[in-house]
Design a protein around this ligand. Structure first.
Ligand SMILES: [Zn+2]
Length: 170
């Protein structure tokens, strides 16, 4: 069955290429989230960088693929591993518009990512500090560097507006 799509009232943002900082990369993840919305998926986007270069970009595809694991982070991790030919992503950074869920938080640890940057905390299902913190497992020998709240406002607004429209539609 074709799912009805909600027109996305948000535009992509194209930040200056001159300063490739956390905000720059989070805007790229934000643009991925907009692509998700345009496919009537919950708007979450992810980007992975290595040495300042983007090696993966993906958005949530759970509904279109009917795959419960097709979250933005999982798809991006797969792309990144393929790009470098190694499952170990020790020096890579993941940018994601929403705090990773239990599955994706676990995947970031299993990929041995160096760093995770997320925009919006998730007190319900976030497992990098929001609901619980898998990065603090006492016997784990891997620790991520974490940065929270980068572009929190626009990423939160995108999710809020999507769910609001979704509720109206039902
Ligand atoms: Zn997830």
């Amino acid at each position: 069955m074709q799912r009805p799509s909600l027109p996305c009232p948000f535009e992509k943002v194209f930040p200056s290429q001159l300063q490739r900082d956390d905000e720059f990369h989070m805007w790229l993840a934000y643009n991925q989230a907009i692509d998700a919305w345009k496919q009537d998926e919950v708007p979450v986007g992810a980007v992975i960088t290595l040495g300042g270069e983007v090696i993966a970009a993906a958005h949530n595809q759970r509904d279109s693929t009917r795959d419960p694991t097709a979250h933005a982070e999982i798809l991006a991790l797969g792309q990144a591993a393929k790009a470098i030919g190694d499952w170990r992503l020790n020096d890579a950074t993941l940018y994601v518009t929403k705090e990773p869920c239990p599955m994706c938080s676990g995947a970031t640890l299993m990929a041995r990512l160096k760093r995770v940057v997320y925009a919006v905390s998730d007190p319900k299902m976030g497992c990098l500090g929001g609901a619980t913190d898998l990065n603090a497992l006492p016997r784990s020998n891997h620790r991520l560097e974490l940065t929270r709240g980068v572009l929190e406002q626009p990423c939160h607004e995108l999710l809020r507006a999507y769910f609001q429209l979704k509720r109206q539609e039902e």
